[in-house]
Design a protein around this ligand. Structure first.
Ligand code: SF4
Length: 315
């Protein structure tokens, strides 16, 4: 069950490796996940791939991750490295980070080895490490995942996350400190957060913050995600939307897909074109590939050949 007001159990874990390759579409990159599990409890979470109820309730802190990372980087000396994404299958700044500080120590290692990186988060706890990012702002950027500014919706679809207004305060501090920031409206959840006004209000807030770029994409469905989304639709009192999901995702219940299923082209184009239209009214650009390219160009000394590493993780 994704929804609960119980605090998660936080436990230590020792990992054998930490630096992994991931692939999204044609994009290949490196990632580190300092934690396993996530107490942000997003109903749409893609990281519950090997679904277990423990994902939201039992958080493992990979306590030796910084030492493993250092040893892996040492083995890759004199090669070049793709920018590292922190993180692909957890939130590196969830509550457990306040207790363990594993993400902070990993970032210190990346900086020591002059590795470019970017952080994906929904959290305001990242503010604790503002100075760390400020001192490295040519070589990193932060992507905040924001799906809604409506707190009533947020408390249901991602109950463990901080209020969006609090996250916007944090983003402002990062922008004022000269750190490159982006907002990723991901996922846009059909019939809950896909309205034109809904998207428009997020873009308006981003413009007021002085953000450089916004990205976004429509929810993909998998059998475990559908179980939670179906329940969310019922909680919002819009059970009629279940039939609409069947239509736009092209399935009939029971839903068995184990791979992520995209919404049809007509629906996706409508939603993404609306987002792009809203962005076009501002001086913000769509997507964050240019930020990845900027930090990639800065690093020449490390080069990991893709042949050297097995692609072991897909998100
Ligand atoms: S913050 Fe990310 S990893 Fe954590 S529950 Fe939400 S979507 Fe999943």
């Amino acid at each position: 069950m994704w929804y609960s007001d119980k605090a998660p159990t936080i436990v230590r874990k020792y990992s054998k490796s930490i630096l992994r390759y991931f692939k999204v579409g044609s994009h290949l990159g490196l990632t580190i996940n300092p934690y396993q599990g996530c107490h942000h409890r997003c109903g749409y979470c893609y990281a519950t791939y090997k679904w277990s109820p423990d994902f939201y309730d039992k958080i493992y802190g990979k306590i030796n991750a910084p030492e493993i990372l250092e040893s892996e980087l040492n083995k890759l000396k004199n090669t070049s490295i793709l920018p590292v994404m922190i993180s692909s299958a957890t939130d590196a700044y969830q509550y457990a980070e306040a207790k363990f500080g594993i993400t902070k120590r990993c970032i210190e290692v990346l900086q020591q080895y002059q590795i470019p990186f970017y952080v994906f988060t929904k959290s305001s706890l990242i503010e604790r490490d503002l100075e760390l990012f400020r001192n490295y702002n040519d070589n990193c950027f932060i992507v905040w995942s924001i799906t809604t500014i409506d707190e009533k919706i947020k408390r249901i679809i991602e109950p463990g996350t901080p209020p969006t207004s609090r996250v916007f305060d944090t983003i402002r501090k990062f922008i004022d400190s000269g750190i490159r920031c982006c907002i990723n409206i991901d996922p846009i959840v059909p019939f809950i957060t896909d309205g034109e006004e809904h998207i428009g209000s997020i873009v308006d807030n981003c413009q007021q913050l002085g953000l450089r770029c916004i990205s976004g994409s429509v929810l993909r469905l998998r059998h475990d995600i559908w179980i939670r989304i179906r329940e969310i639709l019922e909680l919002f009192g819009i059970s009629w939307a279940i039939r609409e999901y069947e239509r736009i995702y092209g399935f009939q219940e029971p839903f068995h897909h184990e791979n992520n299923l995209s919404a049809n082209r007509t629906y996706t184009d409508k939603v993404i074109n609306n987002l792009k239209d809203e962005i076009s009214k501002t001086n913000i650009s769509f997507g964050f590939n240019q930020l990845i390219e900027q930090i990639t160009q800065l690093r020449q000394a490390y080069a990991i050949s893709l042949k050297q590493c097995k692609i072991s993780e897909y998100v």
